[in-house]
Design a protein around this ligand. Structure first.
Ligand code: B3K
Ligand code: ZN
Length: 845
């Protein structure tokens, strides 16, 4: 395998003035004819990428080229510089087989419809091309097919039965190319942009799904309006098409003017989708739409710069959701996700910086670090330069770089130029891997509080030294009576150790630290349970308030999981949370949900001990039972008070009430053996409560009827059945979960070649911490067995799921040996994909 290095990037020596493609669509033998107008502007041969193509002809200005120029082994076509004039047209005819394309990269068939996925390097599976993001061109695409709906990027030029022509006037890299041919129905609307242009909007779905696409369309219109209002960005084509497909490796793809979505992020009704599904649909529709400016109009120079578009676009979609829903809830949930996925990645063998400097397979770098940490880094930048500085920098970015393929250096430069700030040290956040640990110790004397901070970052693969970073530390001070004595203040830490003092304080206050989660760091500090309870009761910053309760619970759970007493303080503090719950149900729900088993294990490991998955599971159950027993009446009252009244609406208020209701149900089910869950399952009018009830029925072992009923009602709906396949491995008691998952995997409707179905079942098991980490290795073996089966079919999805193994080195030697043996078996699979090979090698290293 070849490692690619950032340092090796060289400009492409040609530009493309026009790309013309013509497709004769057929399931097994699609013909692709290309004509590409090149113009030289540097020295060197013409190098084109291609993979799995049956090449029929190659010409330069009509003159045939010998096919032996093709270097099959390295998937390259090299045409010597000497044979090329200053300007020329390269043409090729190739044949590809969409039906055999189970990897879902390039042109493939999903449920009888043709569709494409080209990011990162899928276009080379369609035809010969400089498949790199810094080669941008206008595209004209002709599609010949008897399918009724034929779509590509840009604006329609002509549409006749059997033939459609599309033209995209905006130059773009090949990874943003898309084509769809199928029997589809649209729900349609329109949007008038801020300069008064009318844009036709369509969401394309399979016949019969038209009634489920309304929320996606509403979300699109809200996104378009928001980007105009908040970023001044207007849409730039006459049409915007979204297509829902069932077989998709990721969530969605921002192809210019033709976004292609995993159908689970488009289709929703109250009966089939949960509140979380709705929120995700809105967020991802926004995300892909926002890419039109951050990704498409301004793209990446090379794939090392991926976070230039992804970090920024995640940051923008997070802002969008905060504006559409509750900013406080959104921030807490984003922090939870970051900790669960990115901190975990940063602490293990797969750690890499938001901008990596080498990779073997780029598809393995669409990670929580590139996406979510990439977004956090922008949040820090915004905090450091202020809202106005941020706006000025973004205006400059759009102005200066429209139509270009850019780097992180370009991005940092617009902030420096717009604000005059030196960001040299800040750049480490992009180039250095690992999560800094921020340690706080306090001195108190005569009305003066001194905060002594130090920062340190553990080594990560390939990066031993971790110089100090600039860390924005937002904090406030809460007096012993609960009053805020210092409102939010941002300290800028730039040294390995640094102290800050606050004078004139009457009594010693409690520090409300890292308000709004002002930097992606872990915190180590001395704080007692009484102080945490004070913050939980009185902090003015919702994130810090939630974090105080969460830490209190976490400390209690860790004490219990390591053979001590614990959790009493948290249990007591919940009384206040429950009293105030109806005023802010979303916040109460977030406080009530205990830290998950994975997070408990992570924290135990971070404190230098070996986590025991069974003890963690038992500790969490025991604390839940204690809490349920202590607060039974309050929980039952709240559960009833949050009963769904009136029609379901997928908005933040309704979702908040349902989340509180389900949080109470989880506790009450420990006492009533699932009686309430059974009643709720039967009476629920929406999938949020349906699924919530079903999960409790599985956890209490009272699930037989409900599971049969669910399958009978929703057997024909793939997306809903994915939930059925996911909740069983996830919620079954750890001792039975692997066996049950095995049974489910043997069912004929376990359509494992569909990525959603595979991730639902197998991913459901890996998310059941104590089951996946079963001491006998059965969880590891099961995962390895399925990854080995999927790899020859779909390397991308296989490789992504290898990350379930990234935490193994924190467990005991018995588990480690079993997990390693499973990985060694995967590594030895003949013909293992480059994707999976890279992941397994990095984890085993
Ligand atoms: N840019 C795509 C991701 C494509 C991943 C290819 N392996 C979706 C997104 O981030 O919007
Ligand atoms: Zn994206």
């Amino acid at each position: 395998t070849v490692t690619q290095y950032l340092a090796d990037w060289r400009p492409y020596p040609f530009e493309i003035t026009q790309t013309r493609l013509e497709f004769d669509i057929a399931p097994r033998a699609t013909r692709v004819r290309s004509q590409i107008d090149f113009r030289r502007f540097g020295a060197g041969d013409l190098v084109l990428d291609g993979a799995g193509l049956r090449t029929l002809s190659l010409t330069i200005d009509g003159r045939a080229l010998p096919l032996d120029l093709i270097r099959e082994d390295d998937e390259r076509l090299v045409i010597p510089a000497a044979d090329l004039p200053a300007s020329f047209t390269f043409a090729a005819e190739v044949e590809i087989n969409p039906e055999a394309n189970t990897a879902l990269e390039g042109l493939y068939l999903s449920g009888g419809m043709f569709c494409t996925q080209c990011e990162a390097e899928g276009f080379r599976h369609i035809t010969w091309y400089p498949d790199r993001p810094d080669v941008m061109a206008p595209f004209q695409v002709t599609i010949n097919s008897d399918m009724p709906v034929l779509l590509s990027n840009g604006n329609p030029v002509s549409q006749a039965p059997g033939r459609a022509v599309w033209q995209d006037p905006w130059k773009k890299p090949a990874y943003l190319f898309a084509l769809v041919a199928g029997d589809l129905r649209a729900i349609s609307d329109s949007f008038t942009t801020m300069s008064g242009r009318k844009v036709a909007l369509n969401v394309w779905v399979r016949p019969g799904d038209e009634g489920r696409a309304g929320y996606a369309m509403e979300s699109l219109i809200r996104s378009m309006k928001w980007d105009e209002e908040v970023y001044g960005r207007e849409y730039d084509l006459d049409v915007f098409n979204i297509v829902a497909v069932d077989d998709f490796n990721m969530g969605a793809m921002e192809n210019k003017g033709l976004n292609i979505f995993n159908s689970k992020l488009v289709l929703a009704t109250a009966e089939t989708a949960t509140d979380d599904d709705y929120e995700r649909i809105e967020a991802v529709i926004g995300h892909e739409y926002f890419h039109n400016w951050t990704g498409n109009r301004i793209t990446c120079r090379d794939w090392f710069q991926l976070c230039l578009k992804e970090g920024l676009t995640v940051f923008r979609d997070q802002q969008f959701t905060s504006d559409m829903r509750s900013a406080a809830v959104k921030r807490i949930r984003d922090v939870q996700t970051l900790r669960a996925r990115q901190f975990r990645e940063d602490a293990g063998p797969l750690a890499h910086p938001p901008r990596p400097d080498h990779y073997q397979e780029i598809n393995n770098f669409y990670t929580a670090t590139v996406y979510e940490k990439g977004a956090e880094v922008i949040g820090m930048l915004k905090r450091l330069v202020g809202d106005e500085g941020y706006r000025a920098a973004l205006d400059l970015y759009f102005d200066r770089h429209d139509g270009q393929a850019c780097t992180i250096e370009d991005w940092i430069a617009v902030f420096q130029d717009a604000t005059g700030r030196d960001l040299t040290q800040f750049k480490r956040w992009y180039t250095d891997a690992g999560t800094p640990r921020l340690t706080l110790s306090e001195d108190w004397a005569e009305g003066r509080l001194t905060l002594n901070f130090s920062q340190d970052t553990a080594p990560t693969p390939g990066q031993a030294d971790k110089p100090a970073r600039v860390i924005p530390i937002a904090l406030g001070l809460i007096g012993p009576n609960g009053d805020e004595v210092l409102p939010t203040t941002v300290l800028e830490m730039t040294e390995p150790s640094q102290s800050f003092s606050f004078d004139g304080l009457g009594a010693r206050p409690v520090v409300s630290l890292l308000r709004g989660f002002s930097a992606p760091v872990t915190v180590s500090r001395e704080i007692c349970a009484t102080e945490q309870a004070l913050l939980l009761a009185h902090d003015t910053d919702p994130y810090a308030r939630w974090q105080a309760g969460h830490d209190l619970a976490l400390d209690g759970l860790i004490a219990r999981a390591t053979g001590h007493d614990g959790g009493e303080e948290f249990n007591r503090a919940l009384a206040g949370v429950l009293t105030d719950a109806t005023a802010d149900p979303a916040f109460a729900a977030l406080c009530l949900v205990l830290p998950g088993e994975e997070e408990i294990a992570t924290t135990i490991a971070a404190r230098g001990a070996i986590p025991d998955p069974d003890a963690i599971h038992a500790a969490r159950r025991a604390l839940m039972l204690d809490i349920a027993t202590t607060h039974e009446r309050a929980l039952a009252r709240l559960y009833d008070a949050m009963t769904q009244t009136g029609d379901y609406r997928p908005d933040a208020e309704g979702a908040a009430r349902r989340s509180l209701r389900l949080a109470c149900l989880a506790y009450l089910s420990r006492l009533d053996g699932g009686a309430r869950a059974e009643a709720l399952y039967k009476s629920a009018t929406n999938m949020t409560e349906r699924q919530g009830a079903l999960e409790q029925l599985i956890a209490t072992g009272r699930d037989k009827d409900a599971l049969a009923d669910f399958a009978a009602e929703f057997g024909g709906n793939r997306l809903v059945m994915d939930k059925w396949f996911m909740v069983q491995p996830l919620r079954t008691a750890p001792g039975n979960a692997v066996a049950r998952t095995r049974e489910l995997a043997a069912r004929p409707d376990f359509d494992w070649k569909n990525p959603n179905r595979f991730r639902a079942l197998i991913g459901g098991l890996t998310a059941n911490h104590a089951a996946f980490h079963a001491a006998d290795g059965s969880g590891y073996d099961f995962l390895a067995e399925w990854l080995m089966r999927l790899d020859p079919v779909n390397p991308q999805t296989t490789a992504r799921m290898c990350s379930a193994f990234e935490t193994i080195s924190r467990y005991d030697s018995g588990r480690q040996a079993l997990a390693r043996a499973a990985l060694v078996r995967i590594a030895a699979l003949p013909g293992l994909s480059r994707n999976t090979a890279e992941m397994v090698t990095r984890i085993l290293a």
